[in-house]
Design a protein around this ligand. Structure first.
Ligand SMILES: *[C@@H]1O[C@H](CO)[C@@H](O)[C@H](O)[C@H]1NC(C)=O
Ligand SMILES: *[C@@H]1O[C@H](CO)[C@@H](O)[C@H](O)[C@H]1NC(C)=O
Ligand SMILES: *[C@@H]1O[C@H](CO)[C@@H](O)[C@H](O)[C@H]1NC(C)=O
Ligand SMILES: *[C@@H]1O[C@H](CO)[C@@H](O)[C@H](O)[C@H]1NC(C)=O
Ligand SMILES: *[C@@H]1O[C@H](CO)[C@@H](O)[C@H](O)[C@H]1NC(C)=O
Ligand SMILES: *[C@@H]1O[C@H](CO)[C@@H](O)[C@H](O)[C@H]1NC(C)=O
Ligand SMILES: *[C@@H]1O[C@H](CO)[C@@H](O)[C@H](O)[C@H]1NC(C)=O
Ligand SMILES: *[C@@H]1O[C@H](CO)[C@@H](O)[C@H](O)[C@H]1NC(C)=O
Ligand SMILES: *[C@@H]1O[C@H](CO)[C@@H](O)[C@H](O)[C@H]1NC(C)=O
Length: 656
């Protein structure tokens, strides 16, 4: 990478940053541009409202018209990624979060509105999983009622309109804005509300609904009194006080029978059996010692379904029976209801933090398991007390298959928060990770691929290392995850990583470095350390090896299967040209993920490649411990942040 690339990056940011002559301008009205998905006419606000206020983030309001299946506070809050309790508070006419709101009734939705990464447009993000029959236009126009536009959707999701597929997860930028300095100084405007214009409305009648000065509304949208506005667009309403909800009671004009958004969903998962939220449960006697160690922190308990292993999905290698607890209970034919009850009681007794939900609660959390809440496989997104949760349904009797492990709690580990048993099915409730599995993000040939920056990648690596360090060194007994891989790392809304699927985790008996033996080889090909594959040795160094492989995937954007060269290829061969060649930095071009577009600090990249090399050493004793890796990566995150800053400030960086 040369200076020219960095200069390019610098000028790019300079050009798209809010420029001084824009600071006082208000927002152009979007007009009919919303329907022409092929062009992004940047004289309108079709890509979003320009970031031109004194703050980069503010409280804003959206509006939404109740439409089945988004006709309860709970389903609307999920669709728009808003807080249901805040919606209920403003829209006091709606009795409760599950009561059905009359079709077309206006609902006010408070959101946090922010300038996005490049600082170009205001938006409030939500995510949406593509359903059958969806196009960018139908998602923007029908589902989101023009709170987003097809152009903005396309600009923020690197999937071309023709490649859009069911199950693709899209980032949906919702149109919101913050007041400009001029608006707040001259007109006392504190909030902007994105109003959904419907048929036969004009600026003056809409202003009247909110008791807002007509001229001020025109100015807010850069309109003149002779301009007309169109249905299915947003109009910004400048407000001095938050909306009260009574505005919604103004009778809406009769709409020409709009078709309801598509609610049919294809949950045919036969092709994608890879679920990314796993099962976690179990209780153990002798938790007292652990309590002393962790000091009252909640415990997460992890189990895995025997059945899942029998399915022998494409990637995991299943070399023998499942682990002991399953074997022990396997033969017993316990009465289903009875064992479930026992299980629930044992959970209630030991893990007070694990909530036992009623089926009714889960139904209301997921809008009766509606397609709009469905994520993947049998996993649904639910809203419980205003927070999202991932709810996984499992049919059959899991209590017989439960292996019992200690419960752990850490920011970098996905946590099981509750369970529910209903009519022969188990439901497990997890912390929700908005951005899904890391595997959706890192591979070069992913259709759904989104691009992570260098610093984001390193932060994710540090997060994973921190989570592993916790289970290796801060729980008693220590645990080995045993199945670390990109699909078991989930990203939250801030792109912070959390390790999921402790289904294969087991305690690392004895001191660190002392090895336990197993005859049950279970894990994922490519990530498994040689000593484990050959002899069944188990230690925390298994996770160190898998971490090295994951880190290599993060750097190169290649799946591990593609990293082995030829039949006898070794993983370390990939690293040699970068680490052991005196022109290592020049060879980075072939090594690093091309979607980084050479925007990374080469010295640090070589250093991280060195960490990978130490992690994947054949001799487990020669691999570093997770504590050491965490230290190295923390320093690299700090240097990367400095690099990023110097890159945007000066267009060039120098590294000490
Ligand atoms: C600020 O707003 C006032 C009226 O609201 C307008 O007359 C004036 O031109 C605006 N100033 C700038 C710099 O845009
Ligand atoms: C608007 O788009 C055109 C063509 O894509 C481009 O040349 C122009 O620089 C853009 N203007 C702004 C202000 O971004
Ligand atoms: C908006 O931001 C505030 C403060 O940062 C936070 O408390 C609140 O939960 C956020 N609301 C939503 C809907 O994310
Ligand atoms: C919600 O309100 C509806 C009436 O709109 C009522 O029938 C229902 O029982 C209420 N649900 C809860 C959980 O309060
Ligand atoms: C919204 O999503 C976009 C694209 O994923 C991202 O660049 C931006 O930072 C997000 N903004 C917020 C406020 O989360
Ligand atoms: C979008 O994907 C194409 C290839 O599919 C790639 O060339 C391009 O760099 C990607 N752009 C972004 C912004 O992710
Ligand atoms: C609306 O605001 C304009 C200035 O922005 C002012 O001249 C006008 O008198 C106001 N109208 C009313 C009815 O307050
Ligand atoms: C856009 O959405 C509205 C409201 O849902 C609907 O009436 C209209 O037919 C949609 N437009 C198109 C072209 O589908
Ligand atoms: C979706 O899956 C659920 C169970 O996972 C099943 O009951 C339902 O019939 C499926 N729906 C469709 C449309 O395939």
């Amino acid at each position: 990478m040369g200076v020219s690339a960095l200069l390019f990056v610098f000028f790019f940011f300079f050009l798209i940053s809010p420029t001084p002559w824009l600071i006082h301008a208000q927002q152009p009205y979007v007009g009919k541009a919303t329907t022409n998905c092929g062009t992004a006419d940047n004289s309108t606000s079709v890509l979003g409202y320009t970031c031109n206020g004194p703050t980069t983030t503010c409280q804003a309001y959206l509006t939404f018209r109740s439409q089945s299946p988004y006709n309860t506070v709970s389903s609307i809050s999920q669709l728009l990624n808003a807080d249901p309790s805040q919606i209920s508070q403003i829209n006091s006419v709606i009795p409760n979060i599950s009561s059905v709101i009359d079709t077309d009734q206006l609902v006010f939705v408070p959101v946090n509105c922010s300038c996005t990464g490049g600082g170009q447009y205001y938006q409030s993000n939500t995510s949406y999983v593509v359903q059958e029959g969806d196009t960018y236009f139908s998602i923007a126009n029908n589902t989101f009622q023009s709170l987003s536009t097809c152009q903005a959707l396309q600009a923020q999701n690197n999937i071309s309109a023709t490649d859009l597929q069911i199950e693709n997860r899209l980032t949906v930028p919702l149109r919101c804005a913050c007041p400009t300095k001029n608006q707040s100084d001259h007109n006392g405007v504190k909030y902007l509300l994105s109003y959904l214009v419907t048929w036969n409305q004009d600026v003056s009648s809409i202003s009247a609904i909110f008791g807002v000065n007509y001229t001020t509304t025109l100015e807010a949208n850069e309109l003149s009194s002779s301009d007309t506005i169109n249905a299915l667009t947003t109009l910004l309403i400048p407000l001095q006080t938050p909306p009260t909800g009574s505005e919604a009671l103004a009778p809406p004009p009769p709409p020409p029978s709009p078709p309801s958004p598509s609610s049919s969903s294809n949950n045919n998962t036969s092709s994608t059996k890879k679920t990314w939220v796993y099962i976690v449960a179990g209780v153990l006697g002798g938790g007292g010692g652990v309590l002393l160690v962790i000091g009252g922190i909640a415990f997460c308990i992890f189990i895995r379904r025997n059945k899942k292993k029998k399915q022998a999905a494409a990637d995991p290698i299943v070399a023998s029976e499942s682990f002991e607890a399953i074997e022990k209970s396997g033969g017993k034919k316990v009465e289903k209801e009875e064992s479930s009850k026992e299980f629930l009681e044992s959970i209630a007794a030991i893990a007070q933090s694990l909530k036992v939900y009623t089926f009714e609660e889960l139904k209301s959390a997921t809008d009766n398991f509606s397609p709009s809440c469905w994520i993947k496989g049998s996993v649904y997104r639910g809203t419980i007390k205003g927070d999202f949760a991932a709810i996984k349904k499992m049919d059959g009797d899991v209590s017989e298959e439960i292996n019992v492990l200690n419960k752990i709690s850490h920011f970098n580990l996905i946590c099981l928060s509750g369970v529910c048993y209903n009519d022969g099915n188990w439901y497990l409730v997890y912390e929700y990770a908005m951005n899904g599995p890391l595997s959706d993000w890192i591979y070069r040939n992913n259709i759904e691929k989104k691009v992570l920056s260098w610093t984001q990648r390193i932060q994710i690596a540090l997060d994973v290392a921190t989570g592993l360090n916790y289970i290796h060194n801060y729980t008693s007994p220590p645990f080995v995850h045993k199945d670390l891989k990109s699909s078991n790392v989930l990203l939250d809304s801030e792109l912070r990583a959390k390790i999921a699927n402790f289904g294969l985790a087991r305690s690392a008996d004895g001191e660190e470095g002392e090895f336990a033996l197993t005859r049950h080889i279970v894990g994922t090909k490519g990530y498994m350390a040689p000593e484990y594959l050959e002899n069944g040795f188990i230690s925390t160094k298994l996770d160190v090896y898998a971490f090295g492989v994951l880190l290599l995937e993060i750097l190169t954007g290649k799946e591990v299967s593609a990293l082995y060269g030829g039949v006898n290829g070794r993983l370390s061969d990939v690293l040699s040209p970068v680490i052991h060649d005196e022109n290592g930095k020049e060879n980075l071009g072939d090594f690093m993920d091309p979607s980084l577009q050479e925007s990374y600090p080469p010295e640090l990249a070589v250093f991280v490649a060195g960490i990978v090399e130490s992690c994947i050493k054949n001799d487990p004793y020669a691999r570093p411990g997770m504590a050491e890796i965490v230290q190295s990566l923390s320093r690299i995150v700090t240097s990367s942040l400095n690099w990023e800053q110097s890159k945007t400030v000066s267009g060039y960086h120098s590294f000490a």
